[in-house]
Write a protein that binds this ligand. Structure first.
Ligand SMILES: Nc1nc2c(ncn2[C@@H]2O[C@H](COP(=O)(O)OP(=O)(O)OP(=O)(O)O)[C@@H](O)[C@H]2O)c(=O)[nH]1
Length: 410
């Protein structure tokens, strides 16, 4: 799942990490230069023998402080601190060379600057800050934006992710997700998690706590897998001890009755329908009465995905919402629909406020744009992913798992 986008995100992490390493090496060399300067300050001593002694002392001091500090900090740090230790070692080596050459004449204050540089770099790595140059990062962020947009991530969501990555890289990362030991990847993972996890709530808790019957209405266009999803959810609920009744509120489309009826029969759950052209609100109302009379826990009501006019459809949904006052309205669309799914989610949310979304066909290698964008754009969480045609192919949406999938392929 999401293989294309995962590859692009991986490339971004690798490229930025490479620059961070290059930057770190440059800084290490700069620190080492400072060390070179410090050591030879000893040459200003009056006698040759003093100069030799002092040079040795200065060299030891440069080694000791720089390497020891860096090594000590690096011990506390995670894997990333190893770079800093390496830098400190480089600095030590170069400082030794400089001592032998004895070529510079800067004051010993620079020694503490050098020490600070290495130690602070180690600390930065340890706390999740990087030393990447802002201009370099800007170039990489442009690449990341292209990668996201070409994978159908909505523009405002892409911007949010870029802002998140940038602030996570130049600031302190929040570390809600387990660190991968790669700062750039961690920054990206946190930024993705922020947009994907918007509004998450526990669906099962909501069902358990609500007064019965719980009424759930499904909205979304035809052909995306709405009917199949209703059936999958009935099966999912049954597995968790809840009975349900299916109601066909799609009285517009010929064949809808038969389709949902077949699922009800296959699952052996009650089914309420009216004639084609009837009032969908009345069908769902009947199903609620049936549930109340028969102690059924959950009413699952389908709605039309298309009418003569889109206003007609939206009016119908508003009427259901007004009269039935469902406990939840869930928007269903295809993960593979990308930006279209995001646009439709917004439209349906405006007509009948949704509580969450279900993305079907996540098994059909979607780009990932819809999965990343819908929650942030609508402010409502994705609750389930459809992962196949069977009734068992409905997986609760776990933002952390999706982030892992997108960044680690797990
Ligand atoms: N691969 C895959 N196919 C799915 C998934 N969910 C539904 N489908 C298939 O998508 C097709 C359309 O599903 P329906 O449930 O009929 O879609 P609908 O939204 O009710 O559409 P209409 O019947 O036209 O109203 C069917 O062949 C389903 O088996 C899924 O998660 N993965």
């Amino acid at each position: 799942m999401f293989d294309g986008l995962r590859e692009k995100l991986g490339r971004f992490s690798d490229d930025v990490e490479e620059d961070v390493d290059a930057e770190a090496t440059d800084e290490g060399e700069a620190d080492a230069d400072t060390g070179e300067v410090d050591d030879t300050a000893a040459d200003t001593q009056p006698t040759d023998s003093d100069a030799i002694d002092d040079t040795e002392v200065a060299a030891e001091s440069a080694d000791g402080t720089a390497a020891e500090d860096a090594a000590a900090t690096a011990e506390d740090a995670t894997a990333t601190a190893e770079d800093a230790t390496a830098t400190a070692e480089d600095a030590t080596a170069t400082a030794d060379d400089a001592t032998a050459a004895g070529e510079s004449d800067t004051s010993s204050e620079d020694a503490s600057d050098a020490d600070r540089g290495v130690a602070e770099r180690a600390k930065l790595f340890a706390t999740g800050k990087t030393v990447i140059d802002e201009d370099d990062l800007a170039d990489h962020l442009d690449d990341l934006e292209l990668a996201l947009l070409s994978s159908d991530v909505e523009m405002s969501v892409a911007d949010e992710i870029l802002a998140g990555v940038e602030s996570n890289l130049v600031g302190e990362t929040r570390r809600r997700l387990q660190s991968t030991g790669n700062l750039v990847q961690d920054a990206l993972r946190e930024a993705l998690f922020d947009v994907i996890s918007v509004g998450q709530f526990d669906f099962e808790d909501r069902i358990a706590e609500a007064e019965k019957p719980v009424v759930i209405i499904f909205t979304g266009v035809n052909g995306v897998g709405k009917t199949t999803t209703i059936a999958k959810l009935a099966s999912y609920l049954e597995d968790r001890g809840y009975s349900s009744v299916l109601a066909n509120g799609d009285t517009y489309r010929a064949g809808a009755n038969q389709q949902l009826g077949e699922h009800a029969e296959a699952l052996d759950v009650p089914y309420i329908s009216h004639e084609q052209g009837g009032d969908p609100t009345a069908v769902i109302y009947d199903a609620v009465e049936y549930a109340e009379a028969n102690d059924v826990d959950v009413v699952l009501g389908d709605t039309a995905g298309r009418l003569h006019t889109s206003e007609g459809l939206m009016d119908q949904l508003s009427k259901i919402e007004r009269i039935i006052e469902p406990d939840m309205t869930l928007f269903v669309d295809e993960a593979v629909a990308g930006q279209d799914a995001v646009t439709r989610a917004t439209e349906f949310n405006n007509a009948a406020e949704v509580d969450g979304a279900i993305l079907t066909k996540a098994d059909a290698d979607p780009q990932g744009g819809a999965a990343i964008s819908i929650a942030h754009v609508t402010g409502k969480p994705i609750l389930f992913l459809g992962t196949g045609q069977g009734y068992e192919h409905l997986d609760p949406f776990d933002p952390k798992e999706v982030v892992d999938q997108l960044t680690l392929g797990e």
